[in-house]
Design a protein around this ligand. Structure first.
Ligand code: ADP
Length: 225
């Protein structure tokens, strides 16, 4: 299958499967995938000043300031050209306006916005069960896969950990921040670009979702009700 959309945003709450789906789509269509959360975690693991500052926000379940998020994504874009699959950016309307301005100036507008929608009950269930590989970032449902903290990642052998913001306390804050700051980004694109905006039920099977997203990337699917 050939991608007809080259600049794609994946929006959605924590644990809606943005990272997993972006990874599959990136492999299937060769579109570079970037997660601002992963970029920030990598800065933090390397102990850079930006990473240390980011950690002081993310560990409390708060968003990093727009300026910081824009800085990491701008650096990524400078090295990657005009094709992208963004996962976790933009997360505020300020970031969305900044991105639109930069893309308009370069005459490379966003071509597809996908909102992965998931109930809060299911978000909580997934997050509190989630294990993440410290080395490659792949995530696993602990109870689903019979895995626990400290096991080896089946993909790369790295250590499985609980992310420092995948706790009950940080999650409550992340959900509040999501409702207050990120849901308005969904409305922003729904209003501004209804023709390229698609809402998908993220509670379905991962494979079913992947097929729907692939069809959207190929320009073959109509809107879901
Ligand atoms: P999730 O979507 O599961 O919450 P992410 O890896 O996307 O996880 O993000 C982890 C954390 O990194 C967020 O809770 C937030 O603190 C920070 N972060 C990621 N992207 C952004 C962004 N665009 N703006 C501000 N903070 C961000």
């Amino acid at each position: 299958m050939k991608a007809s959309k080259q600049r794609i945003l994946l929006l959605g709450p924590p644990a809606s499967g943005k990272g997993t789906q972006a990874d599959h789509l990136s492999r299937a269509f060769g579109i570079p995938h970037v997660s601002t959360g992963a970029l920030l975690r990598s800065e933090c693991a390397r102990g850079t000043p930006l990473g240390i500052e980011a950690d002081s926000w993310t560990s409390r379940g708060l968003l990093v300031p727009d300026e910081l998020a824009v800085r990491v994504i701008t650096a990524w874009m400078a090295g990657n050209g005009p094709r992208f699959l963004f996962d976790g950016f933009p997360r505020t309307t300020g970031q969305a306006e900044h991105l639109d301005k930069a893309l308009d100036a370069a005459k490379t507008p966003i071509e597809l916005v996908i909102f992965l929608d998931l109930s809060e009950e299911e978000i909580r269930r997934r997050i509190l069960d989630r294990l993440t590989c410290a080395a490659c970032g792949t995530t696993f449902g602990g109870s689903l896969h019979g895995m626990k903290i400290g096991d080896a990642c089946p993909s790369c052998g790295g250590d499985l950990i609980r992310r420092n913001d995948d706790t009950e306390e940080a999650l409550t804050e992340r959900l509040r921040v999501y409702r207050e700051s990120t849901l308005p980004v969904v409305t922003y694109y729904q209003d501004k670009a209804p023709g390229i905006f698609h809402k998908i039920n993220a509670g379905e099977e991962s494979d079913t979702i992947f097929k729907k997203l692939s069809a959207l990337v190929c320009g073959e699917m109509q809107k879901e009700k």
